[in-house]
Design a protein around this ligand. Structure first.
Ligand SMILES: *Cc1c(COP(=O)(O)O)cnc(C)c1O
Length: 475
């Protein structure tokens, strides 16, 4: 394997002109330098830096397919799809080429009042492939902003419609919609969000259909959707003041890969319709094939009023997000200039042409390689392998939806007693997995399985072997 650091010509690596690049000592020094600069200059997201600086950092230099390589040449399976966004693997030729072709035309131009070729083509494609009633595409550049757009769009819609009191939002406990203030305002993850409470608008939270820890102590097989009655109560009592309900369809991701029981999604949508509340689906994680269908809402034939997409939109290459909506919502913003019905929102890099070109290439791959059709055998392998984990005493619950899985580790299977936060059990398992050649990141006590959709069954099996050994070893 070529050592890329050898070919680095960045003069900042040559401190005193004495390091000759092809000498092993020089390379070693560069690696040490990178590790120390990482700790000195970089503040990592969602990372306790006190712990981080004690460990040798994992610094990725290149990758191909579902394999990532660090600066020491060690190879890892990318078990979390580079934070849930990679779809077709790394360095996918068609996407690389699409970006290069666009780069030779122009890298970035604005959508604020002007348009661009890739953004136009992509909006048509997205409207054609999403549920029928979604007809308009609003661009932004990451998942959180797609949610901010959805919130503001829903709010302003009701203002224009003359329902001035419809200013509130309903969301689910354990929900996650991003880290900007609007998104955390509807976020139901207390650990992430409590600190910022004083800064947030007030939202109402309905119980999550988290069957393993059912808020009503019901058994998965003998429940009558008590959680939905609670949602209905909130909606019926506050229908005059609620603008929209926001939820992650089928799987609540960051909340712990909580897989919803069948029928929850379509029933929630029905309730929103009944009480005149817009229904916003956050498909940022579940969109683009993750659940086994192109979009999660296809599983229950649900058309939301507003839909947010981001992570997998261009195969996980660069920042891009969209918020789709209906003619009904869009039309409420149409008026004479002086009426000020314009949707006042837009980011500098909104609908970036390189990112849109990558997205078009990614959608071509979905068609040409029949990606969705090819998922079934992989989903079956994953399901089969997950069954083995029930042998492990520490695995309390196993949840799967498509190529997404979460395994909740518990201290006591009988009582479901959780590991405490400071035991860092999930982190320990993932560090162990890393030693064995797998990159993954836990959600507290939940071990996450989220490989690129393009992973083959051989690597998928390897990944599951590593996870099994790591959980067994640590617990
Ligand atoms: C990741 C994620 C977001 C936030 O997206 P960012 O690009 O990280 O801002 C929102 N909702 C869901 C369901 C997500 O998984």
């Amino acid at each position: 394997m070529k050592d890329n650091l050898c070919s680095t010509t960045n003069p900042s690596f040559v401190e005193d002109g004495s390091i000759i690049m092809h000498e092993q000592t020089g390379i070693k020094k560069i690696k040490e330098q990178l590790a120390s600069w990482d700790k000195e200059y970089l503040w990592h997201p969602f990372t306790q830096m006190k712990d981080y600086v004690k460990e040798k950092p994992l610094i990725i230099e290149d990758g191909e397919g579902f394999i990532l390589r660090d600066i020491d040449g060690n190879e890892y399976i990318d078990g979390i799809s580079s934070m849930w966004c990679n779809i077709h693997g790394h360095r996918k030729k068609e996407i690389d080429d699409a970006i290069k072709v666009q780069l030779d035309k122009v890298a970035h131009t604005t959508l604020l009042g002007f348009s661009s070729v890739p953004a136009i083509k992509l909006s048509k494609r997205l409207v054609e492939m999403t549920p029928d009633d979604l007809t308009k595409v609003f661009y932004s550049d990451n998942g959180s902003t797609a949610i901010e757009v959805a919130i503001k769009m829903a709010f302003q819609y009701w203002q224009h419609k003359g329902y001035k009191d419809k200013t509130n939002f309903v969301a689910l406990q354990h929900g996650y919609h991003g880290d900007t203030l609007g998104a955390i305002g509807i976020g139901g993850m207390d650990v992430f969000h409590n600190t910022f409470k004083p800064l947030l608008f007030k939202a109402m939270f309905a119980p999550s259909p988290y069957c393993y820890r059912c808020p009503y102590d019901k058994d998965r097989t003998k429940c009558s959707f008590e959680c939905l009655s609670s949602l209905e109560e909130i909606l019926s009592k506050n229908s005059d003041s609620i603008a929209a309900m926001v939820m992650e369809p089928l799987v609540q991701g960051a909340g712990g890969m909580i897989v919803h029981p069948e029928g929850y999604l379509s029933r929630a949508k029905e309730l929103c319709k009944k009480y005149n509340v817009l229904f916003i689906t956050d498909e940022i994680m579940v969109g683009f094939g993750r659940t086994g269908k192109m979009f999660a809402c296809f599983h229950e034939n649900v058309t939301p009023d507003i839909m947010a997409l981001s992570k997998g939109i261009n195969g996980g290459y660069m920042p891009l997000a969209v918020t789709l909506t209906t003619e009904e919502v869009y039309n409420a913003f149409i008026g004479d200039y002086g009426e000020q019905k314009t949707f006042f929102h837009g980011h500098t890099y909104t609908g970036n042409p390189l990112a849109c070109s990558a997205a078009l290439a990614s959608l071509d791959i979905f068609e040409n390689e029949k990606v969705i059709e090819g998922l079934r055998p992989k989903i079956d392998v994953l399901q089969k392998r997950l069954e083995e984990f029930t042998n492990l005493n520490s695995v309390g619950d196993i949840r799967q939806c498509g190529l997404i899985a979460g395994m909740e580790l518990v201290k006591d299977k009988g009582t479901k007693e959780p590991y405490s936060w400071d035991e860092k059990i999930g982190i320990k398992v993932c560090l162990e997995a890393r030693k064995r050649g797998l990159i993954t990141r836990p959600l507290d006590n939940v071990i996450v399985v989220m490989p690129p959709l393009s992973i083959n069954t051989y690597q998928l099996n390897k990944m599951m072997n590593i996870l099994y050994e790591s959980i067994e070893y640590v617990t």
